[in-house]
Design a protein around this ligand. Structure first.
Ligand SMILES: O=P(O)(O)OC[C@H]1O[C@](O)(CO)[C@@H](O)[C@@H]1O
Length: 256
């Protein structure tokens, strides 16, 4: 692998989405992602080519840092420039969250800050697979027990924020062993609908449920988070600076 040519934060437009201190991002390259792509052998990019950037553990000031660390929560911003890799829309690697001490999986709250995303959610037992389409301002809650992949299905840079527990490490084994999630988001042939997605089932998942497609804005329960007034369009970072109770991210059992 050659050296990694990281796009500087300013060129990624990060100053529009984050005014505070910005640490160096973690980067996933083509080489990191080969094990989860639909057709890695046909990708002609150098394996050192960066695909996405994860700015983790952000806080605007020391007060917010204290609020986050007291609640064991992390705020991250992920930036995925648009790209199609041998017909497949660029995406995150994909992972599950482990069970919390009460036996449910840790959830996670995402918000699209710019661009167009599809969140591919798959329940551990594969009885449910959902593609949630989300545009700027819209939120998606990753429910307990679901693995997730974020896909840049648009032509613009996708910028997403997330709030997640710091009490666990993500689990990648299923996505690595199965070469990705249960479905691949691939370009539609022809130019009739150039932005359309073909959801092609990953043949290694013999028993995955048919994919359901829904829009984030049509999921009513994501409008209000457990007593905290929160609607699509409000900034999820305001939950931090407004000292909202984020304990549902660590103790989902209290809220189901
Ligand atoms: O670890 P993956 O599957 O590449 O996904 C990256 C995403 O996961 C997170 O670590 C949070 O779950 C984000 O920082 C980032 O958007």
């Amino acid at each position: 692998m050659g050296s990694i040519n990281i796009i500087p934060a300013q060129l990624l437009g990060m100053d529009r989405y984050w005014k505070g201190f910005l640490p160096e991002p973690s980067v996933r390259t083509v080489g990191d992602m080969e094990c989860v792509l639909a057709d890695p052998d046909s990708v002609e990019l150098d394996s050192a080519t960066p695909l996405y950037y994860m700015y983790r553990d952000l806080a605007m000031n020391e007060t917010d840092r204290e609020i986050l660390s007291r609640q064991n929560i992390r705020y991250d911003i992920t930036v995925i420039p648009p790209m199609v890799l041998s017909g497949e829309y660029v995406k995150t690697k994909g992972h599950y969250h482990p069970e919390d001490p009460a036996g449910l999986g840790y959830p996670e709250l995402y918000q699209v800050l710019a661009g167009e995303a599809h969140f591919l959610l798959q329940q551990k037992g594969l009885l449910d697979v959902v593609a949630v389409a989300a545009s700027a301002g819209e939120c998606v809650l990753i429910p307990p027990g679901y693995g997730h992949v974020s896909i840049n299905s648009g032509e613009e840079v996708l910028v997403m924020a997330n709030l997640v527990s710091t009490l666990f490490d993500s689990e990648y084994a299923v996505y690595e062993e199965m070469q990705g999630g249960a479905y691949y988001a691939q370009e539609k042939e022809g130019d009739e609908n150039p932005n359309g997605i073909n959801w092609n089932q990953n043949p290694r998942y013999v028993s995955a449920a048919p994919i359901r497609e829904i829009a984030a804005r049509d999921i009513p329960e994501q409008g209000i988070l457990h007593g905290t007034v929160f609607r699509h369009g409000m900034e999820i970072y305001d939950l931090v600076s407004g000292s909202a109770d984020l304990s549902f991210l660590n103790e989902p059992k209290r809220f189901v």
